[in-house]
Ligand binder design. Structure first.
Ligand code: CAA
Ligand code: NAD
Length: 292
C-alpha cells in the first residue's frame, strides 16, 4: 500500500519541519496541535521556513504554494483517522505519547503505520501500548528538519519487515538518507551526541572556560557547525533535560545524568532559542551568553 496521506502530531520545532518536508515532497499532510494558539504558531513556523527557501531560490514560489496547499491543520485527533502514516512529534514524555497513540489506535484503520520522532524513549514502550506493535516504527529526524539529511529508522523486535521497509522508503521519498537503528534509548546519534552536550555543561560548571569560549573552541578546533551551548539552545533546554532523564533512567550511567545547572536553567523557564533565552539571550541581532 502506498503512503499518500501523512499525519503529523505536534507542530513545534520538529513537527513543523517534518510537515514542511513531507508537503514539499508531494504528500498530503494533516497537522494536529493541542489548541488554536499552538496550531497558529506552528503554521507560521512552516510558512516562514518555506518563504525563506523561496527567498534563497531553493524553492520556487509555485512549488511553495503547491506544498502549502497540501497542508491542512486541525486540533482534532480524529481528523488523522484516514492517514496512511502518522508521525508523532509531541513532548518527550512517555505518558503523553502513549495517551495519544492509544487514542489514535482506536481511530485509525488497520493499515495505518504509527511512527514516533522520539529522541530517547524506546519505540517498544510506545508500540506495546497499542494493538499494532507490528505496524509501529521509529522515524527520528534531526533539527532543523528541512536541512539535516539524516533519518534514523528504528525497528523494534515487533516491527514487521514490511512496516520497516515502507518507513525506510518513505524517508528516501522525503529526500533524506535513512539509516537502520535498533530500538535502544538514543538510537545511534543521541547515544553519542547527548553525553557530549551534557559534558560541555559539566565543564562549564567546573569553570574550565566561558560559554562563548567553549563554543568557539569546538567550532574552530573541531570544525563543528555550532558549539555545544548553541546546540543545546537549538535543541531546546527542556527537551534536552527530558532526554537526559530518560537516558539516565535507562542506562544508569553518569554520562547521561542531567547536570544540576541544566535543571536550574529549566526551572527558570529558559528553554533555549524557542523561548528567547537558554545559555544565550537570543533577543538581539547576535546571541549573547547569559550569566551562569
Ligand atoms: N529551517 C530551515 N532552514 C534552515 C534553518 C531552519 N531552522 N536554519 C538554517 N537553515 C538553512 C538555511 O536556509 C541555509 O540554507 P542555504 O544553504 O540556502 O543558505 C542553511 O540551512 C545554512 O544556514 P545558515 O547559513 O543560516 O547557517 P549555518 O551555516 O550556521 O547552518 C545549521 C545552520 C544547518 C543549523 C548548522 O549550524 C548546523 O548544521 N548545526 C548543527 C545542527 C545539528 O547538530 N542538529 C542536530 C541536533 S540534535 C537532533 O536533532 C536530535 C535530537 O533528538 C535532539
Ligand atoms: P517542541 O516543544 O518544540 O514542540 C512540541 C509540540 O507538541 C508543542 O507545540 C506542543 O503544543 C505539542 N503537543 C504536546 N502534546 C500534544 C498532543 N497531544 N497533540 C498534539 N500536539 C501536542 O518540541 P520538539 O523539539 O519539536 O520535540 C518534539 C519531539 O521530537 C520530542 O519527542 C523530541 O524529543 C523529539 N526531537 C527533538 C529534536 C530537537 O532538536 N528539538 C530533535 C529530534 C527529535
Amino acid at each position: 500500500m502506498q503512503i499518500e496521506r501523512v499525519g503529523v502530531v505536534g507542530c513545534g520545532l520538529m513537527g513543523s519541519g517534518i510537515a514542511e518536508v513531507a508537503a514539499k515532497s508531494g504528500f498530503d499532510v494533516r497537522v494536529r496541535e493541542v489548541n488554536d494558539a499552538a496550531l497558529e504558531a506552528g503554521q507560521k513556523r512552516i510558512r516562514k521556513s518555506m518563504d525563506r527557501a523561496v527567498d534563497k531560490e531553493k524553492l520556487s514560489a509555485e512549488d511553495r504554494d503547491a506544498a502549502w496547499a497540501r497542508l491542512s491543520f486541525t486540533t482534532t485527533v480524529a481528523d488523522l483517522a484516514d492517514c496512511d502514516l502518522v508521525i508523532e512529534a509531541i513532548v518527550e514524555e512517555l505518558d503523553a505519547k502513549n495517551d495519544l497513540f492509544g487514542e489514535l489506535d482506536g481511530l485509525c484503520g488497520e493499515g495505518t503505520i504509527f511512527a514516533s520522532n522520539t529522541s530517547s524513549l524506546t519505540i517498544t514502550d510506545m508500540a506495546a501500548a497499542t494493538e499494532r506493535p507490528d505496524r509501529f516504527v521509529g522515524l527520528h529526524f534531526f533539527n532543523p528538519v528541512p536541512v539535516m539529511k539524516l533519518v534514523e529508522v528504528v525497528k523494534t523486535i515487533a516491527t514487521s519487515d514490511e512496516t520497516f521497509e515502507r518507513a525506510f522508503a518513505f524517508s528516501k521519498a522525503l529526500g533524506k538518507t535513512p539509516i537502520a537503528a535498533k530500538d535502544n534509548s538514543g538510537f545511534v546519534v543521541n547515544l553519542l551526541l547527548v553525553p557530549y552536550m551534557l559534558d560541555a555543561i559539566r565543564q562549564l560548571e567546573r569553570g574550565v572556560a566561558s560559554i562563548e569560549d567553549i563554543d568557539t573552541g569546538m567550532m574552530l578546533g573541531c570544525g563543528y557547525p555550532m558549539g555545544p551551548f548553541t546546540l543545546c539552545d537549538f535543541v531546546g533546554i527542556d527537551t534536552l533535560y527530558k532526554i537526559s532523564e530518560i537516558m539516565y533512567d535507562e542506562y544508569r550511567e553518569e554520562r547521561y545524568a542531567p547536570p544540576p545547572l541544566l535543571k536550574r536553567i529549566v526551572s527558570l523557564g529558559r528553554f533555549g532559542r524557542k523561548t528567547g533565552k537558554g545559555f544565550y539571550d537570543w533577543s538581539g541581532e547576535q546571541p549573547t551568553p547569559l550569566a551562569i
